[in-house]
Design a protein around this ligand. Structure first.
Ligand code: SAH
Length: 234
């Protein structure tokens, strides 16, 4: 059984979208993973097929109804479905490489995409939704956030990434940002590829790369650097 993603959205036509191309698209075609996007509107009950209503207590915008969302979630959930149920939400725990890797090791995901002001709190509680954020900014809907989560996860599925190694040396995998890359030509507008990289000495190359990684992380991401030091020198 391959990894299966069910997306609940008001815009199912946004999927597979970007995920239908390149690495994830080829993996989808091969059946390395499966994707189904379901319209939340299919679960509306009134003749206008409305899925949202005004916020209790007043205020701007509209809120996705708990009853309709719950029905949609229940319908894509199989008996004893072990998949985590994610809700894309700026209030959620920020997505990390670690969480992406955990999800890739599991059977799949159910992802709820919010719209408007968000969703009725009671469906989050009643269906045990895990709120996941992709960063501290506000998008107009959860669809692109869901695409990002799936892109990060799918490339980690077995067989999806061609060169296995490149998954392990990337930024964040060892708690550091990645070292800079170079390729031909040897000289570009007077700038040379660092000499060590053409030395053929792999021990020196590894040392140089680790050194660059550490410097970059220290300069750009004091938060990651502190965590790295605590883990490696502590
Ligand atoms: N009123 C909400 C924002 C709603 S944005 C608040 O202030 O918290 C509408 C929908 O877009 C959300 O329900 C969520 O599904 C999605 N969304 C917006 N920003 C996001 C982010 N940073 N990460 C993940 N999903 C996000």
């Amino acid at each position: 059984m391959s990894f299966r993603a069910d997306i609940l959205t008001l815009y199912p036509e946004m999927f597979p979208g970007n995920l239908g191309m390149s690495l994830s698209g080829k993996a989808l075609e091969r059946g390395d993973w499966q994707l189904a996007a379901t319209s939340i509107r299919d679960y509306a009950t009134d003749k206008h097929r409305s899925v949202d209503d005004t916020p209790s207590g007043g205020g701007a915008g509209m809120v996705l109804r708990a009853d309709i969302l719950a029905k949609a979630i229940d319908d894509v959930t199989e008996v004893d479905d072990p998949r985590p149920r994610l809700l894309m939400s700026p209030r959620g725990k920020p997505l990390t490489q670690e969480r992406a890797r955990e999800l890739a090791q599991g059977p799949g995901v159910i992802i709820v995409c919010g719209r408007f002001e968000g969703v009725d709190e009671r469906v989050i509680e009643a269906r045990n939704l895990e709120e996941v954020s992709i960063g501290d900014y506000i998008l107009s809907g959860g669809e692109m956030a869901a695409t990002i989560v799936l892109d990060a996860v799918v490339r980690l599925l077995p067989g999806v990434m061609g060169n296995h190694e490149s998954g392990e040396t990337e930024s964040f995998e060892n708690g550091l940002l990645e070292h800079p890359h170079y390729t031909r030509p040897q000289e570009f507008e007077g700038r040379l590829v660092p000499e060590v990289l053409t030395s053929g000495n792999h021990r020196l190359i590894d040392e140089w790369r680790l050194d660059q990684s550490r410097k970059l992380t220290q300069e750009r991401r004091p938060d990651l650097w502190a965590a790295y030091l605590a883990k490696n020198d502590g």
